[in-house]
Write a protein that binds this ligand. Structure first.
Ligand SMILES: Cc1cc2nc3c(=O)[nH]c(=O)nc-3n(C[C@H](O)[C@H](O)[C@H](O)COP(=O)(O)OP(=O)(O)OC[C@H]3O[C@@H](n4cnc5c(N)ncnc54)[C@H](O)[C@@H]3O)c2cc1C
Length: 390
C-alpha cells in the first residue's frame, strides 16, 4: 500500500494510524478530520473539563514528541466515497485516492427536534460543545438534563458539584437501566438523589420553552421545569451519512466482520461508527465506549495491512467506566443476558459495591461501584472467558 487514508481524527482514527505504523506500514498516511482540533479525549468533557479542574491541553491524545508521520487534513469533512475507486471526496471540493481506507468517523449527538437555534440548549460530543456548555453553566442557576444515559448522568453530577440546581428527566424507570439493568439502575439513581439531583422518571419532554433562549422544559403531563440551561443527552447516532450509496454496507453503523473489515476489500472501520461482528453474541454490535475503540484499533490495522487475512483475537466483552460525583462506576459484559444479579461485595447504600450478573450460574456481566481492585479481577476473568459472555 502506498497511501492509507484515515477518516476521523479522534481516538479510533489516531490509534489505528499509530497501529499501522507500529505494524510496519511506511507509506503515506493521511488523517482527515472534520473538527479543526488535533485528536483529544472526550471522556473528560463531561467530567473534569466541564468542572474546570483540567484545561484543553490536558485533553490531548498525542504524546509529547510523538510523530507517526501523519499528513493531517483538519477542518475538512469527508462528504462521499467511491468505494470501487477508493476515492474520498472532501468538503473543500478536493478528493483523495487511497489504497487503504480506515473509517473512524465516530458518532454524533442526537438533537431534540424543535430546539435548533435556541440558545441555552446544549448537546455534548465535541470540545466546542463542552466549551459552550462550560461557559453557559458559569452564569446559570438551574439546569435541566433531558436523558439519563451516561452523558446526561455525568453532566448532572458535574453541574451539581458546581452548585447548580439540577433536574434530570428520564423517560424510563431509572437512568442507565438499559445498560446496567433496572435493579442496579435504581441503586445508581439513589446516588444522584442523595446528592440533590431532582430525578423525574417515566417522563416525556414535549417542548423546550423560551423565545431566543431556553427558559424551561415542558413535560407531557403539562409540568413546566424552569431552566437557564438545558442539556439534551438522548444518545448518539453513527456518523456514516457520507457513506450512503458508496457500496460500503451500513446498518446500525458500518457493518464489519470480526476484524473490522467492511463489505469492501481494503476498507476497514473502527470505533463508535463501526458495528463489528461479535461471535460470542452471534450478531453485529456497535460499542460506544472508549475501551472498545482502543482495543479494536490494533485489530483493524492488522486486517487492513494483511488484506483481511489476519486472524483477530477473540472479541472481549464490552467494558466502560463512568465517573459521577466521587463514584467510579465500571461495567463489563451484557446485563440483558442475565437472569439474576446479586450484590457480592459492599453495599449500595454506602456507594461502594460489586454486583455480578449471571445466566444460570455463569457470570455474564459485572458492575463495580468504587470497587476498582475487585472489579479488575472480575474483568480479567470475563475477558479471558469471552465465549462465555454471550
Ligand atoms: C462527553 C463524553 C464523555 C464520555 N465518557 C466516556 C466514559 O466515561 N467512558 C467510556 O468508556 N466512554 C466515554 N465516552 C465515549 C468515548 O469518548 C467514545 O467511545 C470515543 O470517543 C470513540 O472514539 P471514535 O474515534 O470512534 O469517535 P469520536 O471520538 O466520535 O471521533 C470521530 C471523529 O470523526 C470526525 N468526523 C465525523 N464525520 C466526519 C467526516 N465525514 N469527515 C471527517 N471527519 C469526521 C468527528 O468530527 C470526530 O472528531 C464519552 C464520550 C463523550 C462525548
Amino acid at each position: 500500500m502506498k497511501t492509507v487514508c484515515v477518516v476521523g481524527a479522534s481516538l479510533a482514527g489516531l490509534l489505528t494510524a499509530r497501529a499501522l505504523r507500529g505494524q510496519g506500514y511506511a507509506g503515506r498516511l493521511v488523517v482527515i478530520g472534520e473538527e479543526t482540533h488535533r485528536p483529544y479525549d472526550r471522556p473528560p468533557l463531561s467530567k473534569d473539563y466541564l468542572k474546570g479542574v483540567i484545561g484543553e491541553a490536558d485533553l490531548a491524545l498525542e504524546g509529547d514528541g510523538e510523530d507517526p508521520a501523519i499528513e493531517w487534513r483538519l477542518g475538512v469533512a469527508a462528504t462521499g466515497l467511491d468505494a470501487a475507486a477508493r476515492r474520498i471526496t472532501l468538503s473543500d471540493g478536493t478528493s483523495i485516492a487511497a489504497d487503504g481506507i480506515v473509517i473512524a468517523t465516530g458518532a454524533a449527538a442526537r438533537r431534540l427536534p424543535g430546539t435548533e437555534g435556541l440558545r441555552g440548549v446544549h448537546t455534548l460530543r465535541t470540545l466546542d460543545d463542552a466549551r459552550a456548555l462550560r461557559g453557559d453553566l458559569e452564569t446559570a442557576g438551574r439546569l435541566v438534563v433531558i436523558g439519563g444515559g451516561f452523558i446526561g448522568a455525568e453532566v448532572a453530577a458535574t453541574a451539581r458539584e458546581l452548585g447548580l440546581d439540577v433536574t434530570l428527566v428520564e423517560s424510563g424507570e431509572a437512568p442507565l437501566a438499559g445498560v446496567v439493568g433496572l435493579t442496579m439502575a435504581h441503586a445508581l439513581a439513589e446516588l444522584h438523589e442523595k446528592r440533590g439531583v431532582r430525578l423525574i422518571r417515566g417522563a416525556y419532554v414535549t417542548e423546550v420553552t423560551g423565545t431566543g433562549r431556553a427558559d424551561g422544559v415542558r413535560l407531557a403531563d403539562g409540568t413546566h421545569l424552569p431552566a437557564d440551561v438545558v442539556v439534551v443527552g438522548i444518545g448518539a447516532t453513527p456518523s456514516t451519512g457520507w457513506l450512503e450509496g458508496s457500496g460500503v454496507e451500513l446498518g446500525d453503523g458500518v457493518v464489519c466482520d470480526e476484524g473490522g473489515g467492511t463489505s469492501v476489500p481494503g476498507i476497514v472501520a473502527v470505533g463508535d461508527c463501526a458495528a463489528w461482528f461479535d461471535p460470542a453474541l452471534g450478531r453485529h454490535h456497535r460499542i460506544e465506549h472508549w475501551t472498545g475503540a482502543r482495543q479494536r484499533a490494533t485489530v483493524a490495522a492488522a486486517t487492513l495491512l494483511s488484506g483481511g487475512t489476519a486472524r483477530p483475537e477473540p472479541a472481549r466483552p464490552a467494558y466502560f467506566w463512568s465517573d459521577q460525583f466521587d463514584v467510579k462506576i465500571q461495567f463489563i459484559g451484557h446485563a440483558r443476558d442475565a437472569d439474576t444479579v446479586t450484590v457480592e461485595e459492599g453495599d449500595p447504600a454506602h456507594n461502594s459495591f460489586l454486583a455480578v450478573y449471571r445466566q444460570g450460574d455463569r457470570p455474564v456481566a459485572v458492575l463495580g461501584v468504587n470497587q476498582v481492585r475487585l472489579f479488575t479481577r472480575w474483568r480479567r476473568h470475563l475477558e479471558t472467558a469471552p465465549a462465555q459472555t454471550g
